[in-house]
Design a protein around this ligand. Structure first.
Ligand code: GLY
Length: 384
C-alpha cells in the first residue's frame, strides 16, 4: 500500500534494473521503500538498450581483477535471483545459458585471442581454444575464413526489458511504491545526514536513506557537496535488434569479434552491439554506427545479411573515471550509491542490490564491496 505519510525508510532515485533490484531487495527486508523515476514508465533509461550479457568471463580484463571478481559473484547469484524473481513476478526474464564464442578473423586477432585464453587460464576461468573446424562444428554459420575461436561455455544472457518488467512486478508485490514521472531535483541534507529529496514540483519526500541509481542522470540531482559526489559521464552505445525470419538456429552462442558482439535470444532474435562513443548525451543513431557493427559481424557471420532489422537504438553507459561502479554508502550519512556500472549494469544487478541493501541494514557488505566504495571519488571534480 502507498505510504500516505510521504515518509520512507528508503527513497531510490531511478527505476532501471539496478534501482528496481535495490528496491525489491530492500522492501523484502521490511524497509518502506519508494522508487522515484522521471520517465513515465520503469526501465526507460539505459537498461532497455543494453544487450543483457551476463558474461564476466568474456569481459575479464587483466587490468580489472576486482571488477572481474564482482562480475563472477553476480553471475553466480543470477540463477537464484532469476528463479525467485520469476516466482514472485510470474514473468519470464529470457535468462539463457548460451555461452560465448570469440572469433578471430586474421593472424593478429588470433594472437590476441591466445592472450585472452592465457589470461583466463591464469585466472582459473573456463575457456577453450577452438581450431576453425571445431568452431564451425559448434556454429556452422561462421565464415570459412575464420582463423581461430575461443569458447567460454559459462556465459549467460538475459533480456533487460523483460528483467525490468519482472522487477517492477516484484517490487509491487512487496508494497514498495513506484512513482513515475517525478523528477528529483535535489537531496535534502541536515546536519550532515540525508533527510530525503525535493521534487521538481516542490514536494518533499522524507527518507532516512536515499539510493542514487540514476545512472548518467546522476548529476541532475543537486544539493550534494561537490566532494561527496560521484563523477559520471555518458559513453554512448549504438545497438541493433534483429530477427531471423527462418526462426532460431543461425547462432546459439553469443559471438564476439573485435568491434562487435551478437547475442542470441534463443528464439531467432539477436542483439548486435555496440559502439563506444564519447558524445555527451547524444543518442542519435547513425549509418556509420550501424555499418561498423554490421561489417564486423558480417566478416565472421556472413548470413547476418539475411536477418531483419527491428530496431537501431543508442544508450548511454554511466562511466566513472576508473570505469568501475560506485556501490554502497557515500560521504554523506544516509546517501548510498548504485551507479557507474558502465558496460556491466545488467551483469552487476544482483550483487549491487546485495551490497546496497547490506549498507541500508547496517550489515557487512562483504570484502568484494571495498573496491567499489563511492568515497574513492571524494575530491574528484564532477563535470557539469
Ligand atoms: N556490456 C556491453 C556493452 O556495454 O556494450
Amino acid at each position: 500500500m502507498p505510504n500516505r505519510s510521504n515518509s520512507f525508510d528508503v527513497a531510490v532515485v531511478g527505476a532501471g534494473a539496478i534501482g528496481l533490484a535495490v528496491a525489491w531487495r530492500a522492501a523484502q527486508r521490511g524497509l518502506s521503500v519508494v522508487v522515484l523515476e522521471r520517465a513515465a514508465e520503469i526501465g526507460k533509461g539505459t537498461t532497455p538498450v543494453a544487450a543483457g550479457m551476463i558474461a564476466p568471463i568474456s569481459e575479464a580484463l587483466a587490468t580489472e581483477r576486482p571488477l572481474t571478481r564482482l562480475g563472477l559473484a553476480s553471475a553466480r547469484a543470477y540463477p537464484d535471483f532469476v528463479a525467485e524473481l520469476t516466482d514472485v513476478s510470474g514473468a519470464d526474464t529470457g535468462y539463457l545459458n548460451c555461452g560465448t564464442l570469440f572469433a578471430a578473423r586474421d593472424p593478429d586477432e588470433a594472437e590476441a585471442l591466445l592472450r585472452e585464453l592465457a589470461l583466463r587460464e591464469r585466472l582459473g576461468l573456463p575457456a577453450h581454444r577452438l581450431r576453425p573446424s571445431e568452431a564451425r562444428r559448434l556454429e556452422p554459420a561462421l565464415a570459412p575464413t575464420l582463423r581461430l575461436g575461443l569458447e567460454i561455455p559459462d556465459d549467460h544472457a538475459i533480456e533487460p526489458r523483460k528483467l525490468t518488467a519482472a522487477l517492477g512486478r516484484a517490487v509491487a508485490t512487496t508494497g514498495a511504491e513506484l512513482r513515475m514521472s517525478v523528477t528529483v531535483d535535489r537531496l535534502t541534507i541536515e546536519a550532515d545526514q540525508v533527510t530525503g529529496v525535493e521534487l521538481a514540483d516542490g514536494q518533499r519526500v522524507s527518507a532516512e536513506h536515499v539510493v542514487m541509481a540514476a545512472g548518467v542522470w546522476t548529476h541532475t540531482v543537486t544539493g550534494l557537496p561537490e566532494e561527496a559526489r560521484v563523477p559520471i559521464h555518458p559513453v554512448k552505445g549504438q545497438i541493433l535488434r534483429l530477427h531471423d525470419p527462418n526462426g532460431p538456429g543461425l547462432l546459439t552462442r553469443a559471438l564476439r569479434v573485435t568491434g562487435a558482439y551478437l547475442v542470441p535470444r534463443g528464439d531467432g532474435r539477436y542483439v548486435l552491439g555496440a559502439t563506444m562513443e564519447e558524445r555527451g548525451f547524444d543518442t542519435t543513431v547513425t549509418a556509420g554506427g550501424a555499418f561498423e557493427l554490421l561489417r564486423n559481424a558480417f566478416e565472421v557471420l556472413p548470413s547476418i545479411t539475411e536477418l531483419v532489422i527491428d530496431e537501431l537504438s543508442a544508450g548511454l553507459r554511466p562511466a566513472t573515471p576508473d570505469n568501475a561502479p560506485a556501490i554502497g554508502p557515500g560521504a554523506v550519512r544516509g546517501l548510498h550509491w548504485a551507479t557507474g556500472h558502465f558496460r556491466h549494469g545488467i551483469l552487476l544487478t544482483p550483487v549491487t542490490a546485495q551490497i546496497v541493501v547490506a549498507g541500508l541494514t547496517g550489515e557487512d557488505p562483504g570484502e568484494l564491496a571495498a573496491d567499489f566504495d563511492p568515497t574513492r571519488f571524494s575530491g574528484v571534480p564532477v563535470a557539469a
